[in-house]
Write a protein that binds this ligand. Sequence first.
Ligand code: KG4
Ligand code: ZN
Length: 340
Amino acid sequence: MTLKQTYILGIESSCDDTAAAIINNGVILSNVVATQRIHEEYGGVVPELASRAHQQNIVPVVQLALQKANIDKNQLNAIAFTRGPGLMGSLLVGTSFSKSLAMGLGIPLIDVNHMQAHILAHFIKSEAHSTPNFPFLALTISGGHTQIVNVSSYFEMEIIGQTIDDAVGEAFDKSAKLMGLPYPGGPLIDKYAQLGNPKAFKFPKPKVSPLDFSFSGLKTAVLYFVQRNTKDNPDFVSENLNDICASLQFTIVDYLMDKLKNAVKQTGIKEVAIGGGVSANSGIRNALLAAEKNLGWKVHIPKFEYCTDNAAMIAIVGELKYKEQKFATNDVVAKARMKF
Ligand code: KG4
Ligand code: ZN
């Protein structure tokens, strides 16, 4: 028996990436992302500029996704879009566009939770990564999120730990800014960290409940550290950049691993899947691979293009929901804050 072919368009516009992807029976046919460079000048995402850029990008990005997948829009079976959480002005662009296109084509509309999508990205069929077995723990780490989630099935997820202030990506980016590095500084800290001594300097690990995170204290500690040391030597940061980055990264990774170990202990679940832009970090990757070797964990790391904000993850959730006929109604609205 031949499998029925379904083509689902996924659209993501929750922050500063305008993205569209086409999925066909678990396989991604195209995955297009227009990253907005405009925010680099400001050292962070400017919501007003983000929504304008989404409006400019969304039609060309969707057209390119269809073209790369080599299908016509009339072949689409459904449209899945990010409903939230995210920046309201950004979400409104993707939501309104998706509603109109679904209505025009007369096909179902599927609303997707962005955080759930980061986790379900692991179920995209790819030779490059393994698929987790339920139940598993998901660690979602990015510029907007830091969460530990207990995942029982595709649509049963419970947040068991999260940040009480900044996200881990923000901790990387804000610390980098204090050291005079351009935005986003996370990848640069990672690059320099690999050349430095992780024990050269000591940074504090903020104390909160066992599964939760706090990063605002670390940012302040970096600020004082830079102020204190540049008083006598204005070149202190550039002279010690590799060691500062290595020490800071060591602290952050150790902190993430402490929390993950607590979660494994508390739940008894040793299967761990990571997602979000910070999962590109070499320190966290190495620490997880070491835990796989030494602690008997099973670790899943998706392809990087499915880790950062992307529409392939929206498309896979769209496909999973399509199979269960979980459709949105035409009066669905974007939501800036959203639980699972
Ligand atoms: O998932 P993402 O593309 O967007 C959201 O924030 O949702 O994640 C971007 C974040 C930024 O904070 C960036 O600095 C961080 O991921 N990041 C890294 C690395 N690559 C990206 N942080 C540390 N090390 C990296 N290699
Ligand atoms: Zn995200």
